[in-house]
Design a protein around this ligand. Structure first.
Ligand SMILES: [Zn+2]
Ligand SMILES: [Zn+2]
Length: 434
């Protein structure tokens, strides 16, 4: 078996790993994502669809699924993922088309027709269901705790086995059950390394600090705005709010894609830690609907309430509008709940207490701003622990760290190597024989 690292090497974004057989023509591509930073090198290394036996999508994030449609422009490949990943990916990819259209961007290579073809070639898998792919290889997906429907992929080929964790989380969250190492014997592990050098604050403490802040803001008559991505993070925050806040007294308003995604989640019972608690949070929130959006948003802006709106880094989406309404109010707060990429409005707000308007004008703010680490990725110790607990039998542990910035991925490998594991952070295009 050979592993080629086509993307997300010493960086985060454009994930793609190719698993190839030495004995036949089996070639399985794991993820094909895009990097959304506006540069030209958005895609992983090029690969021809007709050379592939199968493609696996581990979860519905653009850095894993965003490039998949290009394989269906003029051809097709059998595509494997969970049903929930299929449904949510469809929403995200359609959204990419809408945004490109809105911006008159004609560079986007696919349209709805391509997505239709992709849909028709998708085989949905349940967790732990083992299927044959290609001539003589097998694939099994397992929960990996990252977002609802997400999976790690176990590939058996040439009598060998490799595990690709994709983005994983070993912490139990409101929404998800955590990832667990598998008993299956493996010959190679491809692990993510997003937080390869840092551990997260314990989740209970993050939740406690967040709730105390929201409570104080609401009791002081303010608005607690939580900018959050509509897939997974919004629902996680909604569950936290409905669990601990008196939402009859202080309503929860939800804007953006979160409603659509929540309606998809409601159709599946098996992907969540507690379907009942999720359903309760989804049903008791007030959604900004399409019909009288303007009036509802005005009402929400004035309300003594909690608001959850995209995007998570205040880069776009309706969170900006709500933020602009409370910037001058010392009783209100903007509560950031995801990593803030340097240079984004969220990061500038957090570091300098300045809000950047669309015309680049910057203003000092009076509202409170705080960051809460509601991460959906394992921290450093959890990544090492997972690698240690994988079953390599009595052979050398071969570990490949991807999906982490250069310094992070290499530092994690150094630490693993000191512990007697054999870890490398491959560079883009590198191939390893297992
Ligand atoms: Zn992800
Ligand atoms: Zn990712």
């Amino acid at each position: 078996m050979r592993l080629s690292f086509l993307g997300s090497c010493r960086e985060v974004g454009r994930s793609a790993v190719l698993v190839e057989s030495d004995q036949n023509n089996d070639r399985i591509l794991l993820d094909y994502g895009v990097k959304m930073d506006g540069t030209e090198d958005n895609f992983p290394e090029h690969i021809r669809g007709r050379d592939l036996s199968a493609i696996v999508v581990t979860h519905a994030h653009i850095d894993h699924v965003g490039g998949i449609p290009i394989f269906f422009i003029s051809g097709s490949v059998p595509l494997f993922m969970t049903r929930l990943t299929q449904d949510v990916s469809d929403v995200l990819l359609r959204d990419m088309i809408n945004i490109a259209r809105y911006n008159s961007n004609t560079d986007l290579l696919f349209d709805r027709e391509v997505l239709g073809r992709m849909h028709r070639h998708t085989h949905t898998l349940r967790y732990t269901e083992r299927v044959k792919v290609g001539k003589d290889s097998h694939l099994t997906l397992f929960n990996n705790g990252h977002i609802p429907g997400s999976a790690m992929a176990l590939v058996e080929m040439d009598g060998q086995t490799m595990l690709y964790t994709s983005d994983m989380n070993a912490t139990q969250t409101q929404l998800m059950n955590p990832v667990h190492p598998l008993p299956n014997k493996i010959d190679a592990l491809v692990t993510e390394s997003t937080y390869g050098t840092t551990d997260h604050e314990p989740r209970e403490e993050v939740e406690k600090r967040y709730i105390e802040k929201v409570q104080t803001v609401l009791e002081n008559g303010g608005t607690a705005l939580t900018p959050a991505f509509g897939v997974s993070r919004s629902q996680e925050i909604m569950m936290v709010l409905h669990k601990y806040i008196n939402t009859k007294k202080y309503p929860v308003y939800v804007d953006g894609m979160a409603r659509k995604i929540g309606n998809i989640y409601k159709r599946y019972r098996t992907y969540f830690r507690s379907y009942g608690e999720l359903r309760n949070a989804l049903e008791k929130s007030n959604y900004i609907s399409r019909d009288n959006t303007f009036e509802q948003r005005q009402e929400a802006k004035r309300a003594n309430a909690a608001i959850v709106a995209p995007s998570g880094m205040l880069k776009g989406g309706t969170s900006r509008m709500y933020a602009e309404a409370i910037l001058d109010d010392p009783n209100s707060a903007i509560l950031l709940v995801s990593y803030q990429i340097p240079g984004t409005p969220g990061e500038i707000l957090l570091k300098e207490n300045k809000y950047v308007y669309n015309n680049n004008e910057q203003v000092e703010t009076s509202c409170e701003v705080e960051l809460f680490d509601f991460s959906s990725h394992s921290g450093k110790t959890q990544l090492i622990d997972f690698a240690k607990k994988c079953n390599f039998g009595d052979q050398e542990r071969r570990i490949f760290a991807v999906h982490g910035e250069e310094e992070t991925a290499t530092a994690l490998c150094n630490e693993m190597n000191e512990l007697g594991l054999h870890a490398v952070a491959p560079t883009q295009g590198e191939t390893y024989k297992i």
